[in-house]
Design a protein around this ligand. Structure first.
Ligand code: WQD
Length: 345
């Protein structure tokens, strides 16, 4: 039985591209739409080198409903959507809130509006643990209270979840799985795709690997005076391939009618809290490469500690993030080395 076609918005991005690889390897035909605002076409070459199949690609902006109408007309066999297309830099969202609200919310509203008229049955939404803010208790479950967002970016994720809920509760004949990511890190073991942020990385691991490569002089550890064992912040760092696999499981569950309700929410994390300093140690031990770093002042807006209770995803989705952090760090380092070999950085 052939698998239904999946539309992956933002599919040339970091998590999107890894998910396209896993979808193709699970037998799903894929079409990507991406405006290439934070990625490039070469990612399609990397996906093809891994899977042997070049995904269909439409360069376009999901905030333009005419573009999406045309896409659904051209691909009338789309049965599911995985929506990654969104701006996602916390700091940038504080400087450009309207761009974040317009891009992230118009994209989602357009997709939801076009699903039923085009026979699309379900949408997987890329959400984030940022909806929990600074949790009072860790690990965090799906029932942990949502706290007021601390950035426009985080607010777009909270509002998006509300839009999906209200739309489906209005009787729309579609289903949704909302996936709340913790901290995605690493790269594909083939080193053909990985994280490639524009400019100076905001996130820890790309900054760490660029420092290890000598591109950055020194990694600043933003604070070691937090209420944690070693004073640095704690996160739940989840391997990007494990994360991608969860999307394949979720879309398969939804489109095969196994969902227990029209909307399901899952935390996607390892269940293990790892501190910033512990992650640096894990990288150095796994690769043998030293990372020059120093303690710097705290970064405004940082959460002190947050990690997942992934029990629901483990038991209901039947999915588990089990890549050892050492392997994830090695994959991240090999990707950085590949970028150097290809003269990219
Ligand atoms: C992790 C830890 C920093 C850089 C955000 C979003 C989340 C998701 C991932 C999009 C923090 C410390 C970082 C550095 C450091 N966004 N750090 N030096 O802030 O947990 O999560 O990005 O998908 O929704 O909220 O990720 O990697 O920026 O920071 O010490 O140069 O590393 O202080 O404690 P964050 P991060």
């Amino acid at each position: 039985m052939t698998k239904p076609r999946i539309l992956v918005t933002g599919g040339t991005g970091y998590i999107g591209s890894h998910t396209v690889v896993e979808l193709q390897q699970a037998g799903y035909p894929v079409v990507i739409i991406d405006n290439l605002s934070n990625s490039n076409r070469e990612v399609l070459d990397g996906i093809e080198r891994i899977t042997g199949t070049r995904p269909d690609f439409v360069e376009g902006d999901c905030t333009d409903i005419a573009t999406l109408r045309q896409l659904f007309a051209d691909y009338s066999d789309i049965k599911g959507i995985i929506n990654f297309a969104a701006s996602k830099a916390v700091g940038e969202s504080v400087e450009k809130p309207l761009m974040y609200y317009r891009n992230n919310l118009d994209t989602l509203i357009n997709l939801l509006d076009l699903m039923a008229p085009n026979g699309v049955e379900g949408i997987v939404f890329s959400s984030s643990c940022t909806v929990y803010g600074e949790p009072d208790i860790n690990p965090v479950t799906e029932n942990t209270p949502i706290k007021k967002a601390t950035s426009p970016y985080g607010n777009t994720k909270q509002i998006s979840e509300d839009i999906i809920t209200d739309f489906i509760h209005s009787g729309a004949p579609v289903k949704s799985v909302i996936l709340r990511y913790f901290n995605p890190v690493g790269a594909h073991p083939s080193s053909e795709i990985g994280e490639l942020p524009n400019g100076v990385p905001n996130n820890l691991v790309p900054y760490l690997t660029q420092t290890a490569m000598g591109i950055r002089k020194e990694l600043s550890v933003f604070g070691d005076d937090y209420d944690t064992p070693d004073g640095s912040c704690i996160r739940d760092f989840i391997d990007v391939v494990d994360l991608a696999k969860a999307h394949v499981t979720a879309i398969g569950r939804m489109l095969s009618g196994k969902s227990e309700s029209a909307i399901e929410i899952f935390n996607l994390g390892t269940g293990r809290g790892v501190s910033v300093l512990e992650l640096i140690d894990a990288f150095e031990s796994a690769t043998g490469v030293k990372v020059p770093h120093r303690i710097a002042p705290r970064r405004a807006g940082d959460i002190e500690k947050v990690w997942a209770d992934p029990t629901r995803a483990n038991t209901i989705l039947g999915w588990k993030a089990d890549t050892p952090i050492a392997d994830t760090m090695l994959n991240a380092w090999h990707w950085q080395q590949r970028l150097r070999q290809r003269g990219i950085m």
